[in-house]
Write a protein that binds this ligand. Sequence first.
Ligand code: ZN
Length: 322
Amino acid sequence: MTGKPMRSTTTGGDDLVVGADDLVLGLDVGGTTIKAEISDAAGTVLAANAVATPRGEAAFDAMIELGDKLLATLPDAARTRVRRAAVLLPGVVDSARGIAVFSANVGWRDVEVGTRFTDRWGMPVLIEHDVAAAGWAEWRFGGGRDRDTVCVIIIGTGISGTLSVAGRFVRGAIGQAGEYGHIPVRRTHGIPCPCGNIGCVETVASAAAIARAYARRTGSECSSAADVFAMIATDPDAQAVVADAVDALADGLVGVVHAVCPEAIVLGGGLAGAGEILAERLHDALTDRLRVIPGPQVVIGEYGARAGLVGAARFARHGSLT
Ligand SMILES: [Zn+2]
């Protein structure tokens, strides 16, 4: 291969224009569930389904079967209108070469995606990193739209995101930029992170970390971060846990904020359901830490936990993350 830039496709799918009447198939592969939808240009979902994610490369067979099943539910006239698909994969993804490089959660390494989807579904199929497509969709069409310099932070089981600067979606040296969750903020007495470091942002501020911290502090089971946020008005333990999470997020983001001076930080993913409380507090915590640049707006993403599926559909339609 030469040094020529390559597109995010396994099949050269950009030569096919997805028209206003065409449909797209989007898959979002997570550590526990593979979700798929067929949608039209307005974003209306015509068919949807999900299956549990098998471990290892078998997950790819499950993706193909799920796509098959969904396509089979459409009447023939609609089936022929499905013109392109996008499959979002977790972990490290080399979208230019079509390789699922590594996923700790699903347990694969160096899987060549090749033409397996295209051969089966008979249409161009793009692959991309899940957070890259989700964050790109929030920036271009969701909570960050009409702004040029934006950090999208996707908060779920972990924390990751994207960065757009001066209207350009930033891809780093390994294909993605925005591993905000693994910025260490509690090096001393911090919680070990699955990545091997100590005290990463996501050990304190992810949805899973917030639920765990509450359970640890109170000895009472707490099923989700949303429950913790729901108790915030009346429960001092919930208040302390949320304050700690906001502090860790602000400490982690303050360097990025100085580096690129974003207009806005968009909070996406499941925890974005915590809403305005989280946005206001993060804005205040960042503003407290800034002296020479203004505090960015902090806004809630529009797609929540659906950011991956929306990203897949938008990416399939758009053809690239630009
Ligand atoms: Zn980490």
